[in-house]
Design a protein around this ligand. Structure first.
Ligand SMILES: *[C@@H]1O[C@H](CO)[C@@H](O)[C@H](O)[C@H]1NC(C)=O
Ligand SMILES: *[C@@H]1O[C@H](CO)[C@@H](O)[C@H](O)[C@H]1NC(C)=O
Ligand SMILES: *[C@@H]1O[C@H](CO)[C@@H](O)[C@H](O)[C@H]1NC(C)=O
Length: 336
């Protein structure tokens, strides 16, 4: 009896040592866009965090190998910003399951987006049971020596692929998304930001900022895809419209307004046009400053909206939109 259990213990220790040596633990991928504190949409609701779980910009050079803090969920989007090298030969973006290396045949490659500059080839495919799928999606080449933005929105049945902010195509899931555990980026590229954020947003949608209200200096950050128009509101505790922003992309017009004591006030219409055409991903930011809400579009100062609520430290309570036309990828509130 004694010898058998001693042997078992020795063997399992050996096994543990072997597994540990072979299983390098890679850093997490960032799951929020805010540099410090954040209240972030996650697959099940919202999540308050004191700091990002991982740097927004992954450290180092190729290969960039990052671990997902959790499984991948339909509704999340993987945002990758970077710059291609001056004379690139090969770049690949890989979603891996059960391995951390695209060339390893032990796991699955749920998505392999490759850019083979020598052959002038760019395509997306998968590797299952060590076999590359010959049914590829042609995707072209990212231009050399240039910054790029790509996004992979995880849908129930496919990845929605965005190149330079606009939908390129869909790529059907061939490996279950819930086993994807690592993102690997290889080759002649630098990565400036990498995040897995957001969730599927239903409509109509209403939520309470932080579960309470918007604080002073909070920055609401919405990443969405522009439809021909959209509209959303911030409501006070009595659900009166404290701020409403309507954007008509096709007419290139926007209006902002609020309801005070039961009546709509003056429409505000000014501001330079920074919105992308229909179909593109954009970022809206609304900062709750002392005197006004500061509105930004894709990082550009767009307009301010003088507070019409008596107490901006407490009166901005709900975020709401009611129409399908607002296609939201992620909603976050960043605090210092
Ligand atoms: C981000 O990842 C951390 C683990 O690093 C986890 O605790 C947290 O819930 C995640 N946040 C969101 C919004 O998914
Ligand atoms: C947006 O503007 C276009 C062109 O002026 C107009 O036809 C359309 O009705 C507007 N949409 C909304 C929702 O107001
Ligand atoms: C709204 O009503 C309150 C209470 O009746 C009043 O004190 C306030 O001046 C009114 N505000 C405006 C802008 O009319």
């Amino acid at each position: 009896m004694f010898t058998v259990s001693a042997l078992t213990v020795a063997f399992s220790m050996l096994l543990a040592a072997f597994v540990e040596a072979d299983d390098k633990v890679y850093p997490f991928v960032a799951n929020q866009s805010c540099p410090h504190k954040a209240w972030t949409a996650d697959p099940f609701g919202f999540h308050e965090s004191d700091a990002p779980n991982a740097p927004l910009r992954p450290a180092g050079t190729s290969p960039f190998i990052l671990r997902l803090p959790d499984r991948l969920y339909a509704g999340q989007t993987i945002f990758i910003d970077g710059k291609t090298a001056e004379n690139p030969i090969l770049i690949s973006f890989n979603l891996l399951a059960g391995t951390t290396d695209v060339s390893d045949n032990n796991g699955e490659v749920a998505m392999h987006w490759t850019q083979q500059y020598t052959y002038g080839l760019g395509f997306v495919t998968v590797k299952i049971n060590g076999q590359w799928d010959p049914n590829v999606l042609q995707i072209g080449l990212l231009p050399a020596n240039k910054e790029f933005k790509i996004a992979l929105r995880v849908l129930e049945d496919s990845f929605e692929i965005f190149k330079e902010g606009v939908r390129f195509d869909f790529f059907a899931h061939k490996v279950p998304i819930d086993i994807i555990d690592h993102i690997e980026i290889i080759g002649d590229v630098e990565i400036n930001a990498l995040r897995v954020v957001g969730r599927h947003f239903p409509f109509p949608f209403r939520t309470k900022f932080h579960g309470t209200n918007l604080m002073l200096n909070d920055r609401i950050r919405i990443e969405g895809r522009s439809c021909s128009w959209f509209l959303f509101s911030i409501l006070d505790a009595k659900k009166e419209v404290a701020f409403q922003w309507f954007v008509n992309i096709s007419a290139k017009k926007t209006t902002r307004n609020a309801v005070v004591n039961g009546t709509w006030g003056q429409n505000e219409k000014d501001g330079p046009w920074y919105f992308p055409p229909e179909g593109y991903i954009f970022v809206l930011e609304i900062v709750n400053e002392e005197e006004h809400l500061s509105l930004m579009v894709n990082g550009n100062a767009f307009a301010t909206f003088k507070h019409r609520v008596p107490n901006p430290k407490e009166d901005y309570v709900f975020f709401e939109y009611t129409d399908e036309e607002f296609d939201v990828l992620t909603l976050e509130v960043c605090s210092d």
